[in-house]
Design a protein around this ligand. Structure first.
Ligand code: F0G
Length: 471
């Protein structure tokens, strides 16, 4: 057979080598799509807020990657080994050992989920009136810092605020911005640097090893501590392996240990990277902050050897940590996100690039240029997508950014996005095709789309419970 007789697609297939998930499916959960009239009803009842939909009315749920992972057979087996003692459960010691082994920190405080740990670190490490510089805000993180009397200051590089910029490490801290803040306020007014890898609100964008190393050197000159939001740090390490010189031959696990070694502690929403449905932890290298956090955990979470988790949850988490740092797991996880993103890029749908670790962020500003930010383009896009196919996404724009606590005005972030967040080990490539086709259909109908009006707004973290009407 000569080359020109082979159809092009077949020829491509013969030459290609695909990746596949390093697992097979043992148990399934049926899902179904309700009809369009049903979706319209459900959306109006939910006040056009995807957080207020019943999950039974959702077909493919890309609201979040938080607590939505599928656990492995080993994790489920671990659930049977729960030691539900009030104090000193053996599962706690297993968890402590896993965090010490893979993240490398000395002292561990378990919490019910990430924001429990954020509460403890914010209260333990911020004196009212201090500043907390960080590489872009996260909703719950910043609120806990503000409630502890701190003021968050964004010191991420400018490229992070540009959805089309192809910088490989858009999560990096701009050291000049940090230096300006230190010079202006004095080092004693800086509570700590709040460093996140990857950066959720920037589109799942990573921080480079070179950047954290330089950050460490700068902070050492002033005696400033660095606390890491390690929620999606494993995914960050995959990008370092892929993109940063000198790391191609290192394992994700080795890169994680090195990265964490430049920081003084970390808080974790174990519901993401760590592959469990509930749980969190705070890990610290200094005894002074540990003592404060360890004392506060018994007031707000539970005893310092369970922190709001059942013994079985801690066992599943300890096993999940080990599974989460395996190279083939991370490659397949990010590969699936990239598969969806590349389909959309090929079809001309504007998304945040480079494609990040946990989600595809649709650029609602560019999709709906006729909608001012005050008509909530990101929220509108999430509603339209649900109407089209029952796919649930979430807004990451002006609604999520909330109001300035001093002026009471909306904060208008440069990024007005809608997030399609991919749960770990849950959906197949066929689900990704269905999602991509629905996004394309909504994109094609963009010119006829009207915006929303906010009719109810709670005081804290309004995006969870706000209600809207169609304009
Ligand atoms: N930090 C980051 C970067 C997060 O993404 C989250 C949660 C938290 C902290 C808080 O952790 O939910 O366990 O209390 N993010 C979820 C999301 C809610 O959908 O992005 P939590």
């Amino acid at each position: 057979m000569t080359d020109h007789l082979i159809p092009k697609t077949m020829g491509q297939q013969f030459g290609r080598r695909s990746w596949a998930e390093p697992w097979k499916i043992k148990m399934v959960e049926p899902i179904k799509m309700i009809d369009r009239a049903g979706r319209e009803r459900a959306l109006v009842e939910a006040g056009f807020n995807t957080f207020l939909l019943h999950s039974e009315d959702v077909y493919i749920d890309l609201l979040t990657d938080s607590g939505t992972s599928a656990m492995s057979d080993r994790q489920w087996a671990g659930m049977m080994l729960g030691d539900e003692a009030y104090a000193g459960s053996r599962n706690f010691y297993h968890l402590e050992e896993a965090i010490r082994t893979y993240y490398g920190y000395r002292y561990i405080v378990p919490t019910h989920q990430g924001r429990g740990a954020e509460h403890l670190i914010s209260r333990a490490a911020i004196t009212p009136g201090q500043f907390v510089p960080g590489n872009m805000y996260f909703t719950t993180t910043r609120l806990h810092q503000e409630m502890a009397g701190g003021t968050f200051v964004d010191v991420i590089i400018d490229e992070a605020h540009d959805p089309a910029h192809l910088h490989p490490f858009k999560g990096n801290v701009d050291l000049d911005k940090l230096q300006v803040l230190i010079d202006r306020e004095g080092a004693d007014k800086i509570a700590y640097v709040s460093l996140a890898g990857t950066v959720n609100m920037a589109g799942g964008q990573p921080v480079s090893m070179a950047n954290v190393r330089e950050l460490r050197a700068l902070c050492d000159r002033y005696g400033i501590r660095i606390y890491l939001d390690a929620t999606r740090m494993v995914e960050n390490c995959f990008f370092i392996q892929e993109r940063e010189e000198g790391y191609a031959d290192k394992s994700v696990a080795a890169i994680l240990r090195e990265f964490c070694s430049y920081t003084d502690g970390a808080w974790m929403s174990a519901k993401k990277d760590n592959l469990v449905n509930i749980g969190g932890w705070l890990a610290l290298n200094h005894a002074d902050v540990f003592e404060l956090a360890c004392n506060m955990v018994v007031v707000y979470e539970g005893l310092h050897t369970y922190g709001g988790m059942a013994g079985r949850d801690m066992e599943a988490l300890a096993i999940g940590i080990e599974e989460s740092v395996q190279d083939d797991h991370v490659r397949a996880r990010i590969g699936q996100v990239r598969y969806l993103g590349e389909l959309l890029v090929d079809w001309g749908v504007p998304i945040v690039q480079p494609i990040g670790g946990h989600a595809i962020f649709l650029d609602a500003k560019r999709i709906y240029p006729h909608l001012p930010q005050g008509q909530f383009p990101g929220q509108t896009l999430a509603a339209e997508l649900y109407l089209d196919s029952g796919v649930r996404s979430m807004e990451r724009g002006v609604v999520s950014a909330g109001r300035d606590p001093k002026t009471g005005d909306h904060r208008y972030p440069a990024l007005e996005l809608t997030r399609l967040t991919i749960p770990r080990r849950v959906y197949t490539q066929a689900h990704m095709d269905v999602v991509a086709e629905s996004v394309k259909a909504v994109y094609d109908a963009r010119q006829q789309t009207r915006g929303l009006n906010m009719v109810y707004e709670p005081k804290y973290l309004r995006f969870f419970q706000a209600r809207f009407e169609r304009l």
